[in-house]
Ligand binder design. Structure first.
Ligand code: AKG
Length: 263
């Protein structure tokens, strides 16, 4: 099946890399053609009712706005449908799509592998019971030889501040921040003036349906609740370079990574 346009010029690769190196993220518009996007939406909706696990629930994350436990109102709201790669052939192809692979290979300077241990999920942010995600770096709980992983986030529908789009602090993938500026769960402590300065520089990453966001695992990001009346669906996959291995016997090494063949 031909999924996506593979045409990405040398000039575009160079421009995306320059933006990514500087900002720690880049948006590539219109990556998903509408037919594929609709099929993915249909599959996710089917997987939500009745729920096809494994899934993580809003009640599990304990973030601001989460239901207290799974028996509380909204406690059965799924936040992430896990193991996205294994869910269907179309999700497999999405995780290996050529435009993403060409760009990630350029950003990493080598062949790439999909981690089955991190993200590899569909974020399902529901109206009513969604929680807010505080400022964090994804690498905080990941264990690789080098903190150089990149996630590809796809908007199946529009993502805006209203429905809880990601917010990022540009350039923060290059910062080293002392431990005292984080809380016990490695979220930035918002009450500290030095953190407030960073947070003031945040930008909302608004996406149109079909756009792809690539972001570095050290980039600080956060997201608000979904204040719209429609669920927001965002498949996310994480990649590392072939030479950057997960550390043995860590959570990052639970499942084998999958090499993406891209010439
Ligand atoms: O959509 C959100 O609330 C943010 C998700 C996120 O940042 C994460 O899972 O690392």
């Amino acid at each position: 099946m031909s999924l996506l346009p593979t045409d990405i010029s040398e000039a575009a690769l160079t421009a995306y890399k320059s933006e990514f190196d500087h900002q720690g993220y880049v948006v590539v518009p219109g990556v998903l053609e509408n037919g594929l996007r609709q099929r993915l939406i249909d599959q996710v909706r089917q997987a939500m009712d009745p729920l096809v696990g494994p899934a993580e629930f809003e009640a599990d994350v304990g973030y601001p706005g989460s239901p207290k436990d799974r028996t509380a109102p909204g406690g059965s709201t799924p936040r992430r449908l896990l193991h996205a790669y294994a869910r269907s052939n179309e999700f497999k192809l999405l995780a290996m799509q050529p435009k993403m692979a060409a760009l990630l290979q350029r950003l990493m300077g080598e062949g790439i592998c999909l981690s089955q241990c991190h993200h590899n999920c569909i974020m399902t942010k529901h109206p009513g019971f969604s929680s807010a995600t505080l400022w964090h770096q994804d690498i905080r709980y990941w264990s690789f030889q080098h903190p150089d992983l990149i996630s590809a986030w796809y908007a199946l529908g529009e993502e805006t501040a209203e429905n809880g789009a990601l917010q990022v602090i540009p350039g923060t993938h290059l910062l080293d921040i002392e431990a005292a500026r984080f809380d016990g769960e490695l979220f930035l402590r918002p009450e500290l003036p030095e953190n407030q300065g960073l947070i003031n520089a945040a930008e909302t990453v608004s996406l149109s349906a079909g756009d792809m966001l690539l972001f570095h695992c050290r980039l600080f990001h956060a997201a608000g609740r979904n204040g719209s009346d429609a669920v927001k669906l965002s498949p996310v996959f994480t990649y590392h370079g072939k030479s950057n291995r997960p550390l043995p016997e860590t959570r990052s090494d639970r499942f084998p990574s999958i090499e993406i063949d891209y010439a």
